[in-house]
Design a protein around this ligand. Structure first.
Ligand code: VGL
Ligand code: ZN
Length: 189
């Protein structure tokens, strides 16, 4: 059985200077790269919206226009260039697809099963949206899920959203650990 790193939406629009900048989003680069070098497989999701996505303020939704398919904002953060990815999964592709979870209308569960993955280590952006939804769905799909606390950051539309999201992920069955804990123990290696 294999251990997989799942990097959620580590994209330009969610990091410094991006359209939906997540505070401290760039800071996850170090732990993400270190973990990627130690796990068997590495998968990344991208928020990948059409220009008229229903979640955009221009369409009456809650978010600024972000991660429009094919734009610089939707490209991976430069740190991902140093990571060898086994597959990329795009979500939120349809106008009405919420796309918070990497498992929504995607092949992610099948890709993980094809890779003989039983343990999924979740990191990326944002704690209170796509990380939350992806970790909860990974639990529901039957994977053993660990959320890497120092390799995620939240939007915090309301103060405390990230802490609440962590509680909900634990409630769903996810374990939380720091990258130092994981790298120090044999389990992530
Ligand atoms: C996300 C808000 C809108 C995320 C995506 O990746 O967490 N958040 N679209
Ligand atoms: Zn989005």
């Amino acid at each position: 059985m294999a251990k997989a790193l799942l990097i959620i939406d580590f994209q330009n629009d969610f990091t410094s200077g991006g359209a939906l900048e997540v505070p401290g989003g760039d800071e996850i680069a170090g732990p993400v790269k270190r973990l990627a070098g130690r796990l068997d497989l590495v998968f990344a999701t991208r928020d990948w919206h059409p220009p008229d996505h229903a979640s955009f303020e221009t369409e009456g939704g809650p978010w600024p226009v972000h991660c429009v398919q094919g734009t610089h904002g939707a490209d991976f953060h430069p740190a991902i260039g140093e990571v060898e990815l086994d597959a990329v999964v795009d979500v939120g592709r349809g106008r009405e697809d919420e796309g918070y979870s990497g498992f929504e209308k995607s092949d992610l569960a099948q890709i993980l099963r094809d890779g003989d993955v039983d343990e999924v280590y979740v990191c990326g952006l944002a704690t209170d949206y796509c990380v939350r939804a992806s970790a909860i769905d990974a639990c529901a799909e039957g994977f053993e899920v660990t959320v890497v606390e120092d390799a995620i950051r939240g939007v915090e539309v309301n103060e405390g959203d990230s802490e609440r999201a962590l509680g909900e992920m634990r409630q769903a069955g996810a374990r939380t650990a720091t990258s130092d804990e994981l790298l120090a123990s044999a389990e992530a290696g």
